[in-house]
Design a protein around this ligand. Structure first.
Ligand code: UGA
Length: 430
């Protein structure tokens, strides 16, 4: 099939490249000329494991192209995917302006058999409004169908998540739209949920909010385990083996960040508020997540006394490993809070080279970042921190504290390292 993907962020690029990999003829379109120029010259505008090699592969086979111009590919496409960003506005509601602006501009170009597929995360009701708009504005195109096909791509494993998803969600108001989506994804063997547009929209936000809730639940238990002097690892493992609960997203730590969970939680609460419903569980989820920063800073104060004259090293700035994304990353708020308490903060991240705000000195070497430090705080669970040379680290540090705020290090191995190198290891709820 001929497919246009509009919006070449990480979702759009992964979608375009993966659809080409599945055998379709794809064009990725973006208004950002610089980005399209980079892609055409073989430079990746973002870092996502496995994406570059897949792109090289499908480019060689002539199945993936890039453009800044929608008018060449949209009129001849069997399907048009919209993968525009839908950020939070001040009020917590979703800002749909980029999405609507593209809908308006491509509407006259849509062929009557083209399926318009919204992949962007949108509040329930948006796709019905888009479908109604197309029908009102262009009676001749009354057969243009709109579908919602939410993405469940995790940054860092987006290619794998696209090609082998837990489920595919096809939301549409007409059977022919469901059928076209089945054709597009025919090569993927995953369970398919066929439902209405609003159900599909809610499946996406409700799933993200549930995962965020699981993380906050684990963090709440972690605080209780700290108070009781027991291990949250054992509690989470024991809970997770119950198949009704599942073991993923139960890791206690610095809390969730990124462009999706915080935004989708706010969007769900804003949507519910319009229906005079209070999403209490989600409010608590958010409050617990925000409170992680205080838990971490109080713990640091507990061991270091005052933070005023201390030097703290932050290991990891990205909101999670295998991405360079720092949007709503817990590390940003931890750095700000430490600086407000008077601490000097230095940081190291394997891929994030600097931050605009807060202003933090980012070293290019792990050991240099820890030079003269009173405590190294691991805020992102990069695998690289499992292979630290603890003896060398202790030598450059002023005080012996290692605070693993992601519970990523093996507690028995760290007990050994503490004995051998005179380190003092802290983590959360264990
Ligand atoms: C999330 C969802 O997992 C995807 O399914 C969804 O498609 C995507 O949002 C989206 O809406 O586009 P992502 O934000 O890339 O994906 O990251 P996750 O891997 O879900 O991690 C989110 C945050 O939770 C990270 O900060 C991570 O460190 C934290 N986390 C995760 C924990 O604190 N504990 C855990 O046990 C797991």
């Amino acid at each position: 099939m001929r497919i246009t993907v509009i919006g070449t962020g990480y979702v759009g690029l992964v979608t375009g490249a993966s659809l080409a990999y599945l055998g379709h003829q794809a064009v990725c379109v973006d208004v950002n000329e610089e980005k399209i120029k980079l892609l055409k010259s073989g430079v990746m505008p973002l870092w996502e494991p496995g994406l570059e090699s897949m792109i090289r592969d499908v480019e060689l086979q002539g199945r993936l192209d890039y453009s800044t111009d929608v008018s060449a590919s949209v009129p001849v496409s069997d399907a048009v995917f919209l993968t525009l960003g839908t950020p939070s506005s001040e009020s917590g509601e979703v800002d749909l302006s980029a999405l609507w602006s593209v809908v308006r501009s491509i509407a006259p170009m849509l062929h009557r058999d083209t399926l318009l597929i919204i992949k962007s995360t949108v509040p329930a009701g948006t796709c019905e409004q888009i479908e109604a708009y197309l029908h009102q504005q262009f009676p001749a195109s009354a057969s243009i169908a709109v579908a919602h096909n939410p993405e469940f791509l995790r940054q860092g494993s987006a290619v794998r998540d696209f090609l082998a998803p837990d489920r595919l969600v096809f939301g549409a108001s007409r059977p022919e739209a469901h059928h076209r989506l089945e054709e597009i994804y025919a090569a993927i063997q995953s369970p398919v949920i066929k439902c209405g547009l609003r159900e599909a929209e809610l499946i996406k936000c409700a799933s993200n909010a549930f995962l965020a809730m699981k993380i906050s639940y684990a963090n709440m238990m972690s605080d209780l385990c700290d108070a009781l002097g027991i291990s949250v690892d054992a509690v989470a493992e024991g809970m997770g083996l119950d198949r009704r609960i599942g073991s993923e997203f139960l890791r206690a730590g610095a809390g969730y960040g990124g462009s999706c969970f915080p935004k989708d939680l706010r969007a769900l609460m804003a949507l519910a508020a319009k229906e005079h419903l209070d999403m209490e569980l989600l409010r608590a989820t958010e409050a617990i997540n925000r409170g992680r920063v205080q838990v971490i800073c109080r713990r640091l104060e507990g061991v270091l006394g005052t933070l005023g004259d201390k030097q703290i090293t932050i290991y990891g700035l990205a909101f999670k490993p295998n991405t360079d994304d720092t949007r709503e990353a817990p590390a940003l708020r931890i750095c700000s809070m430490l600086q407000e308490a008077g601490a000097r903060v230095r940081a190291y991240d394997p891929v994030v080279a600097g931050l605009p705000d807060p202003q933090v000195d980012v070293a290019i070497d792990m050991y240099e970042a820890a030079d003269g430090s009173d405590c190294v705080v691991i805020v992102t669970d990069w695998d690289q921190f499992n292979r630290l040379d603890w003896g060398r680290l202790r030598q450059v540090m002023r005080s012996p504290y290692i605070f693993d705020a992601r519970n990523m290090l093996d507690i028995a191995v760290m007990a050994e390292n503490c004995k051998r190198y005179g380190l003092h290891y802290l983590s959360l709820g264990r």
